[in-house]
Design a protein around this ligand. Structure first.
Ligand code: NAP
Length: 300
């Protein structure tokens, strides 16, 4: 069978240009993965569970078009010696831009004003000053650090929570509850998964307080969405900028109707530039793997 292209399963839809590039190199399967599947490709929201792994005895590599991998059963994958490769760095700066864009849009009512003007209304409701804020970042990895660098000129102070302190000038606050209490703006930039599930609940939102704004570019699972809606409706927090949601693509009507909420359809990495680099990196990861080299985006 030498020379036959390897079987590759597309677990989610991916950009057409990437699909074309993969089709030149692999035998693609969209609806079902045959047992001969050696690679899986999909976006950061793809699910790879034990049941799927059990059906794929020849699987060698899962190439994520993105960096999130919270729906991949890492223990089961590791037990089989299957590699996971992601596309770090390709999207970092763009996701950080999105966090700042959502935050400023909340503070200065960018989206609400745009909607009002399209309806023919010229009113001047007051927004809130963005500068001089204490900005708390939950998760200071690639994206969190890029957010902190952008936030620095706005911030009176930058605080962060991560699993360990980093060699940075920003203040490490190990306890997320304290981070929320000390922040005017709380930006979520940590992975989804069991460790961070519903990290932001009613109590956290109350710590953030009525002047506090929350921004989520991480994963919808980090926030108890019902608690967030309740806090926003009662103005127990000032606003929210959301790129990610509990049940994408379903966005609760309660969130859609509030003007102090700015919504984006999981757009963090959706720039032409990031998507081109991500696609190139998926191909590079697979080519390296099948050439017997270490994929550049190998997850450790
Ligand atoms: P990363 O470099 O791995 O950084 C993750 C950070 O989160 C690290 O600082 C890590 O702390 C921290 N962290 C992990 N678990 C934690 C916990 N239980 N408590 C506190 N902190 C914790 O990842 P990244 O590239 O910055 O990406 C972050 C996340 O953004 C991804 O996992 C993905 O879900 C999301 N994302 C969203 C979009 C979008 O389009 N909206 C795009 C890309 C990524 P340590 O450094 O101490 O380990």
């Amino acid at each position: 069978m030498a020379g036959m292209p390897h079987d590759l399963f597309l677990a989610t839809s991916i950009p057409p240009a990437l699909e074309l590039a993969l089709a030149e190199r692999f035998q693609l399967h969209r609806d079902d993965a045959p047992p001969s599947t050696r690679a899986i490709v999909g976006g950061g929201m793809m699910t790879v569970d034990q049941a799927l792994l059990d059906r794929l005895p020849a699987l060698e590599i899962i190439a994520v078009h993105g960096v999130g991998h919270d729906r991949i059963d890492r223990e089961a994958v590791a037990a089989r010696g299957i590699r996971i490769a992601i596309t770090p760095d390709a999207l970092t700066e763009d996701v950080a831009d999105q966090a700042i864009a959502l935050w400023l849009a909340v503070e200065r009512r960018v989206a609400a004003n745009d909607r009002a003007m399209r309806m023919g209304n010229w009113t001047v409701p007051l927004g809130r000053r963005a500068s001089g804020r204490r900005i708390g970042i939950f998760g200071l990895g690639r994206i969190g650090q890029a957010i902190a660098r952008r936030a620095e000129p706005f911030a009176s102070e930058i605080l962060y929570t991560a699993r360990s302190a980093k060699p940075v000038s920003w203040r490490f606050v190990p306890d997320p509850a304290q981070l929320a209490a000390e922040s005017d703006v709380l930006i979520l930039a940590a992975p989804g998964g069991a460790d961070t599930h519903h990290l932001v609940d009613a109590a956290m939102l109350d710590r953030l307080g009525p002047e506090g704004v929350i921004v989520n570019i991480a994963r919808g699972s980090l926030i108890d969405e019902e608690a967030l809606i309740a806090a926003l409706e009662a103005h127990r927090i000032a606003g929210a900028g959301l790129d990610v949601f509990a049940e994408e693509p379903d966005v609760p009507y309660a969130l859609r109707r509030m003007n102090h909420v700015v919504l984006a359809p999981h757009q963090g990495s959706a720039t032409r530039e990031a998507r081109a680099e991500m696609a190139a990196m998926v191909v590079a990861n697979l080519e390296a793997h099948f050439a017997g080299r270490e994929p550049p985006g190998l997850l450790d």
